[in-house]
Structure formats: C-alpha cells, structure tokens
Design a protein around this ligand. Structure first.
Ligand SMILES: [Mg+2]
Length: 214
C-alpha cells in the first residue's frame, strides 16, 4: 500500500467502548431530549435510534426536526468528568507517533470534546488535524459527502492512499465502497466492508502492520 493519510474515529475507537464514557454520553443525549425538548422518556430510545439510522447522528435528526442549536446540544451531551474514564496513554502515543503517514481525527463529535479527550489521554500531539461535526456541516458520517470532505480537508490524494479506522460498520461501509482500506476497531467478526478487524487500538501495530509501510 502506498499510504498518505490515516483517519481515526474518536469515540469508542481511540478508547474502548467498555470504559463506559460513550454509554454515559448516550444517557446525556436522552436527558437532553427529555429536558430540553419535552419528549416522553419511554419514547426516547426509539426516537434516538431512528435519528441515528436516518440522519447518521441524533444531532442531525434533532436539527432536522426541531432546529436545535448545535453548540448547546454538544456542550450538554459532553458535560461529563472525562478523567473518570480516560487516562494518559504513553504507549499508544508512541505507537501513533511512529506511523510514518499523516494522521487525522475524523469524527461526528465536536472539536471541544475531541480536544478534551485527546488531552486526557495525552495524545493531542499525535494528529495533524481534526475533522469534526463543524467541519463536516451539514453532513456527517456515514453520508458519502463526509468522506469526500475529509479527503479534501486532509489534502489526501484519494481514498486508495488512505486507511480509515472506526468502531462502526455503518461508518466503514461507505468508506470501503469509496476505496479506503477499512479497519474495524473493538468488534470481532467479518463484514464485506471490513478489510481488517482489531479488538482494540492497543493491538494496532500487530493487527495492521501495513500502517508502517512506506
Ligand atoms: Mg465511534
């Protein structure tokens, strides 16, 4: 592979889903829908799932239906004590820094949350840039336009020169169709859109040695 850029999802990819942070963010999303929008609690999980399926994220669904304020929503749902879930990751930092290609965060989250997470993990200097929900606006993963924007922002020559890591098969599917080399993080099992699967980010070096090819 003649690689140029490696795109990393953030949540449940650079840290494990099992640390509990993402499920607590999901609870904050439910609370937002209950407190700010007055939705009946028992209907919220189905509504949230429907937005996720139809719009890519709950945020985009709520914007389409209620015109909510993006920054207010993002601040609300990410209002968690991150130090309870994340710690410095010196070994991961060394691994990431040793990859001889451009490295970008590519996430449906927002830059404030990204910076807080990277700072808590002390891997903020491992990336050439961040592509967040503001940069992707009005799109988000898994919409095809989001991947095209990511390539343009990272000035990547094309998907064939890129690797994309994400914990979501639905996010990997359009990337694979476009020609990215796709890596599923955190879930075992095969899928036509998954070129490689690793159990967690700490097995990157053994699981995807191609990242170190020149
Ligand atoms: Mg994720």
């Amino acid at each position: 592979m003649n690689l140029h850029t490696i795109f990393f999802d953030l949540d449940s990819t650079l840290y494990p889903e099992s640390n509990g942070m993402w499920s607590n963010i999901r609870q904050r999303i439910d609370l937002y829908m209950f407190e700010r929008l007055g939705m009946p609690l028992d209907e919220i999980p189905d509504l949230r799932h429907g937005y996720f399926v139809n719009y890519g994220t709950t945020l985009r669904g709520l914007q389409a239906h209620f015109g909510i304020d993006q920054q207010d929503y993002l601040d609300f749902v990410h209002d968690l004590p991150l130090e309870e879930y994340l710690q410095p990751e010196p070994q991961l930092r060394q691994t990431l820094l040793s990859i001889p290609h451009n490295r970008w965060i590519f996430t449906n989250s927002d830059i404030d949350h990204v910076e807080r997470v990277l700072n808590k993990m002390q891997i903020q200097d491992c990336f050439d840039g961040v592509i967040d929900v503001w940069a992707l606006d009005p799109f988000c993963k898994p919409q095809r336009e989001a991947y095209q924007l990511a390539l343009e922002i990272a000035r990547a020559p094309g998907p064939q020169a890129c690797v994309f890591l994400d914990d979501s098969i639905s996010n990997l599917t359009p990337a694979h169709a476009a020609g990215f080399f796709t890596v599923l993080v955190g879930e075992n099992g095969s899928h036509p859109a998954v070129d490689r699967s690793i159990p967690d980010i700490h097995t990157l070096r053994q699981g995807v040695p191609e990242l170190w090819s020149q």
